[in-house]
Design a protein around this ligand. Structure first.
Ligand SMILES: [Cu+2]
Length: 230
């Protein structure tokens, strides 16, 4: 755990994102305090006094080059670091032990497991939310889709908002090393029911997970042959 004010990361790449956040946080804070500190110092150092007159100078090439190049280096550094992080944790991975397709719709989530089981999840902070269940210590590839508008799947403890976009698949992954439940929500304002796109991810020990999955399968099988509609 890197900080008391960010949630404890439970998936492997969470700490990578925390580190990226802190790198940007420290750099931007250094710039903020340097600029504000200089401003305040100059207010006092160069304030009007009756016994001195202002001298006017125009242009300082060295200074102008420095204040052009320095921000450029800082911004390019942040961009490069962020890009590397995106390449590492938000691309289709290989070597996954299972794949789940996460679809966002107005208003809820669907989790399609590779064995055909589907978990429907929707609910607000005050209602029940069906958990999305994964086994612990398992590398799960996540494939994100939007079926109507753009949604964003975000569980802070697992880290990384990933947009669920219609017509375009985004990818991420998770690997949770302990059993537990973690909450999240849709992080993209997607309509009137946005607040009812709460997320719960539940990690279970393998044996518990197997039992849970067997139950999902048996619950799903009676409706496997669709009944004719009226
Ligand atoms: Cu949404």
């Amino acid at each position: 755990m890197l900080s008391w004010w960010l949630p404890e990361s439970v998936s492997t790449y969470g700490p990578d994102i925390d580190r990226l956040f802190y790198a940007i946080y420290y750099v931007t804070n250094a710039v903020f305090f340097a600029v504000q500190g200089t401003l305040i110092a100059f207010l006092f150092l160069y304030r009007h006094r009756d016994d001195r007159r202002a001298t006017y100078t125009h242009g300082n090439t060295t200074l102008e080059i420095v204040w052009t190049i320095a921000p450029l280096i800082i911004v390019l550094g942040i961009a490069a670091y962020s890009f590397v992080e995106l390449q590492k944790n938000f691309q289709p991975i290989t070597g996954e032990q299972m794949t789940v397709v996460v679809s966002g719709h107005q208003f809820g989530w669907e989790y399609d497991y590779d064995n055909g089981v589907v978990v429907h999840q929707e609910g607000s902070l005050t209602s029940d939310v069906t958990p999305f269940v994964v086994p612990v210590n398992t590398l799960v590839k996540l494939q994100f889709r939007g079926t109507d508008v753009i949604h964003s799947w975000w569980v802070p403890a697992i880290s990384g908002k990933t947009d669920a976009v219609p017509g375009y698949d985004n990818f991420s992954w998770l690997k949770i090393d302990k059993a537990g439940q973690w909450r999240g929500e849709c992080a993209e304002l997607c309509g009137a029911g946005h607040a009812s796109m709460q997320i719960i991810v539940q990690a279970m020990d393998q044996s518990e997970y197997d039992a849970w999955m067997a139950k999902q399968k048996s619950a799903a099988s009676p409706s496997a042959s669709p009944s004719p509609s009226k």
